[in-house]
Ligand binder design. Structure first.
Ligand code: UDP
Length: 236
């Protein structure tokens, strides 16, 4: 499968058209941004790690009954995926307080939550991805009730799969963000990525951060953390 035209360039990926109108190629970059693009940098090797890790995780999720957009890994940075229209919701799950939740709610980072939280942000960079609820999504036509129900069901299942997967590799899944798309028949598919860019992962013993917070917060050893996750998952 060959790349044809550059369709879209985002912060961490490029998307190319192919000869098949139903299939596009995602090309993972080493570029990193944070705080809505205000902070920019490079995490050497990140593109290959995120590509490989996302594909491995998506296969696992698919087996558990949640459909994904994955078609085929093409190279260390490139993957063929089904063309979807992205539902403009960032779907966030929290198992432990951190990041914007800790700030907003005044709850210390690392505080365990009594049950997982599922929240939505409206995917809109100009507005800084504002926090919204189901009513906003319905009233603005971002998704239908049926789509929201499916997205919630899939997301909670993904959380259970990922929590166990990371715990078996010595990491706590603190929180993560996923995105869904709709294929040409309107079917909801898990899309985008699952990687240290989109998950908070802490060492189970020491709580050492092994994710993009090392870049966001200038904690150092950024590449080392991505490589450590990759190694612990047996993907290196
Ligand atoms: N997240 C993401 N992309 C975003 C915002 C958040 O992948 O644009 C992930 C982030 O890595 C974390 C989770 O979603 O694992 C929750 O992030 P939070 O809302 O706490 O925002 P942050 O503190 O990252 O701004």
């Amino acid at each position: 499968m060959e790349k044809k035209e550059l369709m879209y360039e985002g912060k961490a990926k490029k998307v190319w058209t192919t000869e098949d109108p139903e299939v596009v190629i995602v090309d993972y970059k080493d570029d990193a941004t944070a705080f809505n693009g205000e902070k920019k940098g490079t995490i050497v090797g990140k593109g290959a790690i995120n590509n490989r890790m996302t594909n491995h995780v998506f296969k696992m999720i698919e087996k558990a009954g949640v459909p994904t957009h994955l078609v085929e890994e093409l190279s260390d940075r490139e993957t063929a995926v089904k063309r979807v229209s992205i539902v403009p919701l960032e779907v966030i799950v929290r198992n432990v307080a951190a990041g914007s939740f800790s700030k907003r709610m005044g709850v210390a980072e690392g505080t365990a939550l009594l049950c997982p939280i599922l929240e939505f942000s409206y995917k809109n960079d100009d507005l800084g991805d504002p926090f919204i609820n189901d009513s906003y999504a319905l009233a603005l036509g971002l998704a239908t009730q049926e789509e929201i129900d499916t997205i919630k069901e899939y997301t909670l299942k993904v959380n259970e799969i990922l929590k166990e997967y990371f715990l078996n590799a010595g990491m706590k899944l603190i929180d993560f963000k996923i995105e869904f798309g709709k294929d040409k028949d309107g079917k909801i598919l898990l899309a985008d990525e699952v990687s240290p860019d989109t998950c908070r992962l802490w060492d189970v013993e020491t709580n050492e951060k092994l994710d993009k917070d090392r870049f966001r917060r200038d904690l150092g050893n950024v590449e080392e953390a991505y490589n450590e996750v990759f190694k612990r998952l047996g993907l290196a």
